[in-house]
Design a protein around this ligand. Structure first.
Ligand SMILES: [Zn+2]
Ligand SMILES: [Zn+2]
Length: 243
């Protein structure tokens, strides 16, 4: 097979770690992006323009910045976003306010034009990068699902989280890939389900047995269905909005 992409090695190296490998990679990429933002792009014109349009970062990534030990960098980036917000407010004249107010009183729609003007014009740039990388990892997994090293690593892993498994199914280019994904993931979830049942059995007050590997199965189930802590993405938000 021709030379493999970096994502291939990223996946096979992350599968042995606990939790979903794609979640782990997305978390890594998000943190790298935030560090690079702070170290290299604070004064970059395009970055500041993006910050204006996205109104800063999403809640999760914005609070990551508070621990980045670069208060001046955060101030410079956020001053651009705040300036944009203030400019938008200042552009509304008193007459405009009256027009908007009467529009609402007359029942001409239930949305404020000003609220719309203040909304994000672009998604959080870190979430956007994570979503793009997420799609790339899932595509790579599908492409190499029959590769022995990838296949073995996936089978022996905690599997994909539910969101990333659904993403992989949607990215599957053929029925054979789809079937292979289902076969592997189904075995993984059957094993987890058995461990969860064993955990519940041993949790019974009348059963005097020590916990084994199933002891943290309840935590692994949270990660398996909800994804690893801190994984957010544009697609995930859109998905949630659509349901
Ligand atoms: Zn995941
Ligand atoms: Zn974000």
């Amino acid at each position: 097979m021709s030379e493999k992409p970096t994502g291939y090695y990223d996946l096979v190296e992350r599968f042995p770690a606990s939790g979903c490998a794609v979640c782990r990679l997305v978390l890594r990429d998000g943190e790298r992006s935030l560090k690079s933002l702070m170290h290299e792009y604070v004064m970059d014109f395009d970055t500041q323009a993006d910050f204006r349009r996205s109104r800063g970062l999403c809640n999760h990534h914005a609070w990551w910045l508070s621990g980045a030990r670069n208060a001046l960098g955060v101030a410079k980036l956020y001053s651009a976003a705040l300036d944009e917000i203030i400019n938008t407010l200042d552009s509304v004249t008193d007459d405009g306010q009256r027009t908007l107010f009467s529009r609402l009183l007359n029942g001409d729609g239930n949305r404020s034009a000003l609220a719309d003007a203040l909304r994000q014009k672009k998604p959080c740039p870190v979430c956007a990068l994570q979503s793009a990388n997420e799609a790339r990892y899932l595509k790579t997994l599908c492409k190499y699902i029959k590769d022995e090293r990838m296949n073995t690593a996936y089978r022996a892993s905690d599997g994909l989280c539910l969101t990333h498994f659904r993403g992989a199914l949607n990215a599957a280019p053929s029925a054979a890939t789809h079937t292979e994904l289902v076969t592997i993931q189904r075995d993984i979830w059957h094993r987890l389900y058995a461990e969860l049942n064993e955990f519940m059995r041993k949790s019974d007050v009348y059963v005097n047995e020590n916990f084994g590997e199933e002891g943290d199965s309840w935590l692994r189930t949270i990660a398996s269905l909800g994804g690893l802590s801190g994984v957010f993405g544009v697609d995930r938000q859109r998905d949630d909005d659509g349901d």
